[in-house]
Design a protein around this ligand. Structure first.
Ligand SMILES: [Zn+2]
Length: 304
């Protein structure tokens, strides 16, 4: 268990302007020599709260955190724009939460999924043809939001990959859900073959990003492409059936909003009050969409 924990909590080393700054580097190096060796390290460990130790916050992390704020104050005092550090904006830590707003928003998305799944299960008969596929989709979504909460609580090489991979699994499962609804009920074997292809695609995607260096541009392009296929396929189906089932506007609204709200990420501004950044805003904005999506699942589509 211990080696696994160390592996999970191994830090991420992504360079940004802030951490390339000599003032920051010297500060971290001096702090590490002063506080993270010998008797001072023993003191640090003795004084560190248990929740910080359990979530893998090390002495070096504390040095980086303190030096980050020293550097930020210096930048602000000199009139320069706030820099990023190790690929992230400076966030005020709350307890052991590295990015409290994004972690809270991820948790609320997961919770919304859980509540809506419970309602779905209590109101839709198991005999409905899409029941199991919808249930699986809900489980894949809840898993993704769990890892998103973990990643925003504590960013490490492993938690970052889990966040990205589980998010990709949700988009691919949504494509499968659409395939099941449009083709699978009439041609189950087509849906099975397509599902197997999606699993293969997901396996290749994960292998490529795991075996070599993590390719951020490829990951973004791949997810954007999966998202576009998902959007176009659902939209085509919704628009074709709209005259028969007017409540399909919920589906149109959800798929369009899910895709367009992701653009919020492009704003990429320094966190307001060192808490709320564009990424957290995007995660907060998707909470009501979960409710709408499940209503669409339940009421309109999958039991006819
Ligand atoms: Zn996130």
């Amino acid at each position: 268990m211990a080696p696994l924990l160390v592996f999970l909590l191994a830090g991420v080393a992504l360079a940004s302007r802030g951490d390339r700054e000599p003032v920051y580097r010297e500060c971290v190096s001096a702090c590490e020599q002063r506080n993270c060796t010998g008797a001072r390290l023993q003191d640090f460990r003795a004084e560190q709260p248990l929740y910080m130790r359990l979530t893998g916050w090390a002495c070096l992390d504390d040095c980086r955190y303190e030096c980050m704020w020293d550097t930020v104050s210096l930048y602000i005092k000199e009139g320069y724009a706030v820099p990023q550090f190790h690929g992230k904006w400076p966030f005020s830590r709350f307890l052991f939460f590295q990015e409290p707003a994004s972690a809270l928003a991820s948790f609320l998305n997961g919770f919304a999924n859980l509540v809506m799944l419970k309602r779905y299960r209590s109101s839709v008969p198991v005999s409905c043809p899409m029941y199991q596929t919808c249930l699986n989709f809900a489980i894949v979504s809840i898993n993704a939001w769990f890892w998103s909460t973990v990643f925003h609580t504590r960013d490490t090489a492993i938690t970052e990959k889990m966040d990205y991979f589980c998010a990709s699994a949700v988009i691919l499962h949504s494509i499968y859900l659409c395939c099941m609804r449009t083709l699978g009920l009439r041609y189950p074997s087509v849906a099975s073959v397509f599902g197997a292809l999606l699993v293969l695609l997901f396996g290749c995607h994960v292998s490529y990003l795991t075996l070599g260096r993590f390719d951020y541009s490829y990951n973004m392009l791949a997810n954007a492409s999966f998202g576009m296929i998902n959007l176009i396929w659902w939209l085509m189906w919704c628009l074709r059936r709209h005259s028969h089932q007017p409540y399909l506007w919920k589906c149109v609204l959800v798929v369009v909003l899910l895709q367009s709200l992701a653009l919020l990420e492009l704003l990429d501004f320094p966190p307001v009050l060192w808490v709320l950044d564009a990424h957290a805003l995007w995660h907060f904005s998707t909470i009501p969409l979960n409710i709408l999506f499940y209503r669409f699942f339940k009421v309109a589509t999958f039991c006819f």
